[in-house]
Ligand binder design. Structure first.
Ligand code: ATP
Length: 470
């Protein structure tokens, strides 16, 4: 719920792709992302991932899990339910406070988030709640210049009913963040994993927010995925833990190929901070529609465990055997979006080049993130022996990585298609292959081709992949 500060051209590298439309149309055309329920006219703010999109997003989530769980001795994973005891959301403050300021136009009935109206980006929390603000600033509807209502707080949580009877007593919420599932499991996880502080719990999962103004493709949706890690620390070390995570989270995006100049940190102003937060810094990316939050890093103090302890009467204190102190741990959180990260990698990977007088579109994904790692292509689809060899090679590669066979066009066109979906390597089997047992490996970025023994194709691809992983 924060917006980017205005930037001067000097510190703005500009977007990597000129228009969002380019990415939206590529996504649809090549099967990355479709509007949800499209044959019914679609539903606003929900998007479906097609055959390539689901691979990309799974790869992003795997890369996050690798960096945040697998490679760490001090972080363990969790997969909590989307529906939780409704009291959790009262305790966490979401029922009372998880809202955005909504204004409505009395002529066209359109609704807007006050802090997203032109000129309102830097209003303070107090100003956003001020009933006279619309009048004072002379705000008008940005669509038809009609009069706007005073702001009211609109709660973003989706409600439903649990059990066979729809009545007030059995209302539950679809979680608006994955973090609470971690807090309420803190004791279970700590006791069973026998972790000592500091340690973290990581989780990837769906979250739901009834956003007032969703948009910019998958940037702001009503159903999305979060990748959150909550790091539990001794209170006195929270500030240094925060400083530790900041560069690491930024480096994760760079490790998987995001242009460093298009990333920056933005610290929240004191009046912008959530009521529980001691400090908050966003990792921002230069999207085609401006600098926007990609991930939030927050020092949450003892607010979360303290509140849950108070509400349940269950002790969530930690006994430190080294110092014999007892305290409620403080939490430093890194909260990223799975969709927003996948979207960022997709945008940043896009490039257009001219090759021998023709336009070439390339998604220059890090190989770890690419939906398909290899495409196996026959030079002549009419030669059965060539096609058979292609299938045998693809089947062997597919035991370990995503590999695809395609013979629906001439080789030049097949290469271009794979470039456009970001496949790092193409393997072509031709007539000579039948004689010399060799195949050609073509590199997406350099377009260089090397001729190797068929038996060497898989080891070479696996070696290059391991290198890309870093
Ligand atoms: P914003 O300012 O964009 O509303 P926020 O500050 O409310 O975001 P957090 O609550 O910190 O966001 O959520 C953590 C991360 O979850 C965000 O950085 C973003 O990547 C992702 N996220 C949050 N809301 C959405 C959404 N509506 N659609 C897609 N991703 C989202």
């Amino acid at each position: 719920m924060t917006e980017a500060k205005p930037t001067t051209p000097a510190d703005d590298p500009g977007p990597s792709v000129a228009s969002l439309e380019t990415i939206v149309s590529l996504s649809k055309r090549r099967g990355f992302i479709f509007p949800s329920s499209e044959i019914y006219g679609g539903i606003n703010a929900v998007w479906d991932y097609g055959p390539l999109g689901v691979e990309l997003k799974n790869n992003v989530k795997r890369a996050w899990w690798r960096a945040m769980v697998q490679e760490r001795d001090d972080i363990v994973g969790l997969d909590a339910g989307i529906i939780m005891a409704p009291q959790v959301w009262v305790t966490s403050g979401h029922v009372a406070n998880f809202s955005d300021p909504l204004v409505e136009c009395s002529t066209c009935r359109r609704r807007f988030r006050l802090d997203e109206l032109p000129g309102c980006e830097n209003l303070t929390t107090t100003e956003l709640r001020d009933p006279t603000i619309v009048e004072r600033l002379g705000l008008k509807c940005p669509v038809d210049a009609g009069p706007l209502s005073a702001p009211r707080q609109f709660n973003l949580m989706f409600k439903t009913h649990m059990g066979p009877v729809e009545e007030d007593g059995n209302e539950v919420y679809l979680r608006p963040e994955t973090a609470q599932g971690i807090y309420v499991n803190f004791r279970n996880v700590r006791e069973t994993s026998r972790k000592k502080l500091p340690f973290g719990i990581a989780q990837i999962g769906k979250a739901f927010r009834n956003e007032i103004s969703p948009g910019n493709f998958v940037f702001r949706m009503r159903e999305f995925e979060q990748m959150e890690m909550q790091y539990f620390v001794k209170p006195a070390t929270a500030a240094e833990t925060f400083e530790y995570w900041m560069p690491r989270r930024r480096a994760w995006y760079e490790r998987y190929g995001v242009t460093p100049e298009r990333l920056r940190f933005r610290e929240h102003r004191p009046d912008e901070l959530a009521h529980y937060a001691k400090k908050a810094v966003d990792v921002e990316y230069r999207f085609p529609f401006g600098w926007k939050e990609l991930e939030g890093i927050h020092n949450r103090g003892d607010w979360d465990l303290g509140r849950h302890q108070q509400a349940t009467g269950e002790s969530l204190e930690y006994f430190d055997p080294a110092t014999e102190e007892k305290y409620v741990p403080w939490i430093v959180e890194t909260s990223a979006g799975g969709d927003r990260a996948a979207f960022t990698f997709l945008i940043d990977a896009y490039r257009e080049e001219e090759v021998r007088g023709e336009k070439r579109v390339v998604l220059g994904f890090n190989a770890e993130l690419a939906p398909y790692k290899v495409a196996v292509l026959p030079l002549l689809k009419k030669r059965d022996e060539i096609v058979e060899k292609c299938h045998a090679l693809r089947d062997d590669l597919a035991k370990d990585i995503m590999a695809v066979y395609d013979d629906t066009a001439a080789i030049g066109k097949l290469y271009r298609r794979q470039d456009e979906i970001g496949t790092p390597w193409c393997v072509c089997i031709d007539v000579d292959s039948l004689e010399d047992g060799k195949a050609t490996i073509r590199d997406r970025d350099t377009m260089e081709q090397i001729r190797v023994d068929l038996s060497q194709v898989k080891p070479i691809v696996m070696e290059r992949l391991a290198k890309a992983r870093g």
